[in-house]
Design a protein around this ligand. Sequence first.
Ligand code: G4P
Ligand code: NA
Ligand code: NA
Length: 190
Amino acid sequence: MELLKNRIIKDGKIKEGNVLKVDAFLNHQLDIELFEKIGEEFKRRFEGKEVTKILTIEASGIAIACIAARYFKVPVVFAKKTQTKNIAGDVYTSKVESFTHGKVYDIIVSKEFLNVDDKVLIIDDFLANGKALLGLVDLITAAGAEVIGAGIVIEKGFQEGGKTIRDKGIKLESLAIIKEMSVEGGVIFS
Ligand code: G4P
Ligand code: NA
Ligand code: NA
């Protein structure tokens, strides 16, 4: 998606440790006109697929999922991150290991909001190592629902997440895939 790639080049800031800051339009200040174009593009990439629900994860996936949902006309469910030990039996849970934050956390979604009939599109802002995405796939599978695919705004193609997800046979649509990036050389897309 050219508009998005140009925006990343214009406003993205490359930090040490292979981190791309996109606080100007995606992670802190939110450019809703851009979000609308992104939502439209996700709809186009999944044209002809039946989707009954969008699933994302708090916090930064929620905003983009909500705008995308306007085009799919379905509800958004977001998985909650929790460190609670005693989780009630009325939720699906999965463990996510965060490479960036160096810790393991549980994600949960109420059984009330994911059903065996659901055809679920996963939406998230970033794909890096893919552990959060795999956790979301776990929750959908636990519910007996169907994974239609995953729509990602920015995929860090030099990390393993994209390969992991595609190897599982999941339709993955990333609107910008970063091949490499460095403070000196900037961002290079695939
Ligand atoms: P992963 O295995 O799920 O792919 O992610 P990882 O633990 O490596 O990353 C932890 C968090 O950092 C995730 O946000 C992920 O989206 C985000 N992230 C990874 N690389 C980048 C990057 O280069 N730039 C930015 N801006 N974010 C990145 P999260 O756990 O969903 O946290 P939250 O921000 O939604 O609360
Ligand atoms: Na994030
Ligand atoms: Na996210």
